[in-house]
Write a protein that binds this ligand. Structure first.
Ligand SMILES: [Zn+2]
Length: 341
């Protein structure tokens, strides 16, 4: 292992982990997506560093586009920086762009690109009111506390992520009906996943502000594709453009460089029926799943957790973001779900 590995080797992904505690190390090549230069946005514009807020002075919603919740997932940062550089402004309401885990992003090394997901802990597991109020003073929790006033005033949040292996983009809308409805209005990516989060801690989109009550603010999490696939930056831009359009605060003409020429077909919805959390040191899938695989028959054994077989609980079971290798105990190995009409 390189000396660098101490900064974050083998951090589990959202539903994907590194090989047996040893990170899969493949340097970036010239066909990969490379990290953006964010130095122009470092100082922010009056609030926290790397946060830019634009108030139209016309009443309307506060919309936050958040990138870099995970330091190695920079397709969303490319989207946010592109829109900042293009001077995208709201005609009503408030538009904010934020780059969350700048410390982890700053550790990015193209020779070891899996290593900069976080510094001390996964930033997308610290957003419960309890975690924000108390607990360890990790790099991530301190930044989350600094950013929370931004999200606490947001009516619409788009949290931009990417995936270790999977290339099919997904919109995660959590459990709320309003999250599902708004994800349908955004319309991209073409698959919406209604899920309940992770046993390991609360994501931003799971905070009660965005989940409790019949009406209220909405937060969505877009998985824009594979971390280093250039297509993930294109997806992040088109999803962000559609999100701002659906939020009704930016003109379609201003967003036209990134909007698809035609309205996308209605997205398909997958309801998560079960989250499989790793219980032993030896969890393994019986074959390599690509993500969004459908296993037709209930009771099919698709993984072993130590000596315990893991079955599909129902027919037509969709495997969402399966980890491709040894997942750590207590982390999510895969979500199971079904397509619903
Ligand atoms: Zn992520």
């Amino acid at each position: 292992m390189p000396a660098f590995a101490g900064a974050g080797a083998a951090h589990p992904e959202d539903g994907g982990t590194e090989e047996g505690g040893v990170a899969r190390i493949e340097p970036l090549t010239n066909v990969d997506l490379w990290p953006p230069d964010l130095s122009a946005w470092a100082s922010g514009n009056g609030g926290p560093s790397f946060v830019h807020r634009f108030d139209s002075s016309v009443p309307g919603p506060h919309v936050v586009v958040n990138a870099l919740m995970h330091g190695n997932e920079y397709s969303g940062a490319i989207a946010a920086a592109t829109m900042l550089a293009a001077g995208i402004r709201p005609w009503r309401g408030i538009l904010s762009f934020s780059f969350a885990n700048i410390e982890a992003f700053g550790q990015f090394d193209p020779g070891f690109p899996v290593m900069s997901r976080y510094v001390d802990e996964d930033m997308n597991r610290v957003w419960s009111p309890q975690s924000l109020a108390a607990g360890v003073a990790s790099v991530e929790r301190q930044r989350a506390r600094e950013l929370w006033p931004l999200f606490a005033t947001a009516d619409r949040v788009l949290d931009l992520h990417s995936m270790q292996h999977d290339r099919i983009p997904l919109m995660l809308c959590g459990r709320s009906g309003r999250g599902r409805d708004f994800a349908r209005r955004v319309g991209l990516p073409g698959i919406i996943v209604a899920d309940g989060g992770h046993a390991g801690g609360s994501r931003l989109i799971d905070h009660p502000r965005f989940t409790e009550g019949a009406e209220g603010p909405v937060a969505l999490l877009a998985e824009c594709g594979q971390h280093w696939d250039p297509a993930s930056a294109v997806t992040a831009l088109s999803v962000t453009a559609r999100f701002l359009l659906a939020a009704g605060i930016v003109d379609a003409a201003a967003l036209s460089p990134w909007l698809p020429s035609d309205d996308p077909p209605p997205p398909r919805l997958v309801e998560v029926t079960e989250t499989v959390t790793v219980g032993t040191e030896r969890f393994r899938f019986l074959k390599e799943y690509q993500g969004m695989d459908v296993i037709p028959t209930a009771g099919t054994v698709f993984a072993m957790d130590g000596e315990v077989p893991v079955h599909t609980p129902h027919d037509d079971c969709v495997l969402i973001m399966p980890s491709r290798s040894q997942a750590e105990r207590g982390h999510t190995a895969v979500r199971l779900g079904r397509f619903v009409a």
